[in-house]
Design a protein around this ligand. Structure first.
Ligand SMILES: Cc1cc2nc3c(=O)[nH]c(=O)nc-3n(C[C@H](O)[C@H](O)[C@H](O)COP(=O)(O)OP(=O)(O)OC[C@H]3O[C@@H](n4cnc5c(N)ncnc54)[C@H](O)[C@@H]3O)c2cc1C
Length: 461
């Protein structure tokens, strides 16, 4: 008999490790409630994740089985449970985050000592990073190789007969959360994806950067699947199969839109590829620069950024969306990260940690990979990229709909003035919206300072 150890893969369908364990069944699914380990997860994501564990347990029970929940350290609990149930093998899906790798290593050692076999499967990416080169100069070259690898079909959920029948009285607690969370679990993930497949995906490329659409139709303009994907509440092969079916059924403009959605998933895959080969991606610069970047030690500016009070409307709207929803649309996500690391010259690691603590969709690979890309320490092929927060607003939200949805101080200010806010005179700003802060840094000075510091780091000055 096998134990299947559920980690960040809270689903029965399209779960490669669970499928492998059940095919050689019977299997007992186990979730280890490890409070020390869960300290690594931000409180909002933790609350969402634990709701997902409850939902998973309900799914098992509906099928006449159960999810065995035990409290403690995985390296102690799993051998104990195996001993109790006379299981001979522990099967799990491999995770690449450093803390999870260390935990998996402790489990491997403990199982080995107890005479148990372990089997690991690649589940959380479409393409096993080990099948690709270890380093790519840019995303296009990664994408070319990644695209050429055939993608597996989703794995079926285990049959009832493959699961051991038992009743577990233990479950996980569900902590309160300071924000409204999306419904957790596979069913909620599937409903959200079905709604996106019915409508949003056909125009995804046209709407993915459309910030007014993100306010009016938040789960159509983009998928907003990221919290579910990050918690493993839906499988990647299932997402890919269904998007591919839509892609193959349409042509022309619609097909290009659908193709873009599939292409975006390859960014996530590349970030996992980076983390797989560079376990220190969350803490060390990926790119080696000839000189150190002269980051500013500016705790007050960092706090101003966190509060969404920088006086740059799109930055503040993004940071307030993060505070209120635990989610930020990708466009402002890029703009707030660029503003912190370039205009304010605050080290990307501080921003990464703040996102990890606040996001419901926090993903160790995508968070670190994207912060590094934006900070010009990662895989971006442009030497120094600096997003201009004024032109970004003018291009993607010229009617200031998105900004006004999150920054009520600017609700009555004409849209063109919101867009130009950091360039208005102090008197005009005071007359239009006295409660809204002045810019924390001059737009041109911030830009030029960042350019100077990064050119020094690159050895160009
Ligand atoms: C500084 C910064 C930090 C980020 N941190 C995270 C994070 O912690 N977790 C996370 O899931 N995404 C992160 N992203 C990527 C991206 O912003 C989100 O994946 C996206 O906004 C999620 O919303 P969605 O599901 O509606 O995306 P959609 O637009 O519907 O995209 C579909 C899917 O493609 C993937 N995807 C799209 N863009 C990216 C990208 N740039 N990198 C990786 N995957 C991508 C995601 O899995 C996403 O769910 C970060 C981006 C930046 C700039």
């Amino acid at each position: 008999m096998h134990l299947f150890w559920h980690q960040r893969d809270l689903r029965l369908r399209d779960n490669r490790g669970l499928h492998a364990a059940a095919s050689d069944g019977p299997v007992v699914p186990v979730f280890v409630y490890d409070t020390d380990f869960l300290e690594h997860v931000g409180p909002r994501q933790r609350a969402f994740f634990l709701r997902g564990v409850r939902s998973l347990q309900r799914s098992y029970r509906e099928g006449g089985s159960d999810l065995l929940v035990r409290t403690g350290a995985a390296s102690e609990v799993l051998p104990e449970v195996a001993d109790e149930l006379d299981a001979d093998t522990v099967v799990y899906n491999e995770h690449y985050r450093p803390a999870r790798r260390a935990r998996q290593q402790r489990v491997e050692t403990a199982c080995d000592r107890a005479g148990l076999d372990t089997i690991t499967e690649t589940d959380l990416v479409l393409v096993d990073p080990g099948r690709l080169d270890d380093r790519y100069p840019n995303h296009s070259q990664f994408h070319n190789d990644w695209q050429a690898v055939p993608k597996s079909a989703p794995y079926p959920a285990p049959e009832g007969s493959e699961l051991l029948t038992f009743d577990s009285s233990e479950t996980v607690p569900v902590p309160d959360c300071d924000i409204d969370l999306p419904d957790a679990g596979y069913r909620a993930a599937r409903e959200r994806y079905d709604a996106f497949l019915d409508e949003g995906i056909y125009s995804y490329n046209d709407t993915r950067d459309d910030l007014p659409a993100a306010v009016e139709r938040p789960t159509r303009a983009v998928s907003r699947m990221s919290p579910y994907v990050a918690a493993g509440m839906i499988g990647l092969r299932e997402l890919w199969r269904d998007a591919t079916a839509v892609h193959d059924a349409v042509d022309g403009h619609e097909r290009r839109n659908v193709r873009k959605y599939r292409y975006e998933l390859s960014w996530r895959e590349q970030n996992y590829h980076l983390l797989y080969y560079n376990p220190d991606l969350p803490t060390e610069n990926y790119k080696s620069l000839p000189n150190a970047i002269e980051w500013r030690d500016a705790p007050e500016d960092f706090e101003t950024w966190k509060r969404g009070e920088t006086g740059y409307p799109l930055v503040d709207a993004g940071m307030r969306q993060l505070r209120e929803e635990g989610y930020v649309h990708n466009r402002p996500r890029q703009v707030v990260a660029s503003f912190l690391t370039k205009h304010l010259l605050v080290d990307w690691r501080k921003g990464r940690r703040h996102f990890a603590a606040q996001l419901v969709d926090h993903d160790p690979a995508s968070n670190a990979g994207n912060w590094q890309w934006i900070a010009s320490t990662g895989t971006d092929s442009v030497d120094v990229r600096i997003f201009d927060p004024v032109s970004q607003l003018s291009k993607y939200d010229d009617g200031a709909r998105f900004v006004k949805a999150y920054v009520p101080e600017l609700a009555d200010v004409p849209a063109d003035k919101v867009v130009d806010w950091p360039t208005l005179s102090a008197e005009e700003r005071d007359r239009l919206a006295p409660a809204y802060p002045d810019p924390v840094v001059d737009r041109n000075e911030g830009y030029e300072r960042a350019q100077r510091v990064f050119e020094q780091a690159l050895g160009k000055r």
